[in-house]
Write a protein that binds this ligand. Structure first.
Ligand SMILES: Cc1ncc(COP(=O)(O)O)c(C=O)c1O
Length: 346
């Protein structure tokens, strides 16, 4: 198995152009009251909701590498596609402002039966505050089609004199954003060394898989064997496992190190996915409210509350023990887009 030191890994990341956007290192905190509530695990949280730019979140770490490439290519406009309440597109709009670039956002109809708040508040409102140009796409599960449509908009922009750069959605591209989480793995191992702590499990949302794959890859490349469990907010565990494996293979090539991640090591649960992407269930609402009320910590309805609901489930089933790190990936602005749905249990 290939393993390298933190300094060597940092050196390989430096081969990729990067724009510093995130406030790092993010805090690593204990969650004593939530631990007492669950009574079987000692919980910690990695606060990537605190990465700073435009309400923060995991996507800020990922965007450092996309914007690095965009700037190296001389782009003046960035294009991205995502769900109507996507945090990724909102963070992109914020980064474009920071770097003096224009931003075109394509919003996909990925969630059925939504209300007016979903279409106007939360991330949608912030996209407009950041001055992004909004487009809409009628499908929500057609990644290739959504990317192709961005290509058409980019061509129109090119013809009118802009220099566009597309942040792609589909899995057929190099997972540049995952490099942000290879770097985050180095950051975490440094924090653990400083404090003399080790974790038995890390629980993280696994959407496009860039966060999960980057983190798992980075930890294994550094020789850290902590079990990483991805919670699926978008697709079932089998499909997601293939996606993470593909990302890991590409990361091996990009970083020229192969930690040989096996299928068994790509741990996933889709126990809180139903009824589907961006749609709440009772366990997710319970996790969101309990975390807020025990720790004063806000989760988002689409990703992190589903991940916390997965953590609650695994803890109650005896699948987690000892020290557990919940990796908070942000997303709080979406709370406002989901309005009263998050209070449905009160
Ligand atoms: C708040 C939040 N958490 C997690 C994720 C999933 O991250 P990834 O796409 O890297 O799997 C997203 C994706 O948009 C997100 O917005």
């Amino acid at each position: 198995m290939d393993q390298i030191g933190a300094r060597e890994l940092a050196g390989r990341l430096e081969r990729f152009p990067r724009c510093r956007l995130a406030h790092t290192p993010t805090p690593l905190e204990q969650m004593p009251r939530l631990s007492a509530h669950l009574s079987c695990v000692e919980l910690f949280v990695k606060r990537d909701d605190c990465t700073g730019l435009g309400f923060g979140g995991n996507k800020v770490r990922q965007l450092e590498f996309y914007f690095g490439q965009a700037q190296q290519a001389g782009a003046d406009t960035v294009l991205i596609t995502g769900a109507v309440q996507s945090n990724f597109v909102r963070a992109t709009a914020a980064a474009a402002c920071r770097l003096g670039m224009a931003c075109h956002i394509q919003l996909e109809e990925r969630v059925p039966d939504v209300d007016g708040l979903y279409r106007s508040s939360g991330n949608v409102l912030l996209n407009q505050v950041f001055g992004a140009t909004l487009h809409s796409y009628p499908q929500g599960e057609d990644e290739a089609g959504a990317d192709a449509r961005l290509g058409v908009i980019a061509e129109q922009l090119r013809q009118s004199g802009s220099r566009p750069y597309i942040i792609p959605l589909g899995p057929g591209h190099d997972p540049l954003g995952a490099l942000g989480y290879v770097d985050a793995a180095t950051e975490l191992t440094g924090q653990l060394e400083q404090r003399g702590v080790q974790f038995d499990h890390i629980v993280v949302t696994s959407g496009s898989g860039a966060t999960h794959a980057g983190l798992l890859f980075g930890l294994r490349a550094l020789g850290n064997r902590t079990i990483v469990i991805g919670v699926c907010p978008r697709r079932d565990a089998d499909r997601q496992r293939r996606r993470i494996a593909a990302h890991a293979q590409k990361l091996s090539r990009m970083l020229d190190v192969d930690p040989r991640i096996t299928a068994e090591e790509i741990r996933l649960t889709d126990v809180t996915l139903a009824p589907g992407y961006g749609r709440l269930n009772a366990a997710t609402i319970e996790a969101l409210q309990t975390t807020a009320r025990c720790e004063g910590l806000l989760l988002d309805p689409v990703y992190t509350a589903k991940a916390m609901a997965g953590l609650f489930h695994m803890a109650r089933e005896g699948e987690l023990s000892g020290r557990v790190l919940f990796w908070h990936t942000g997303g709080e602005p979406a709370l406002f887009g989901y309005g009263r749905a998050v209070l449905a249990r009160d």
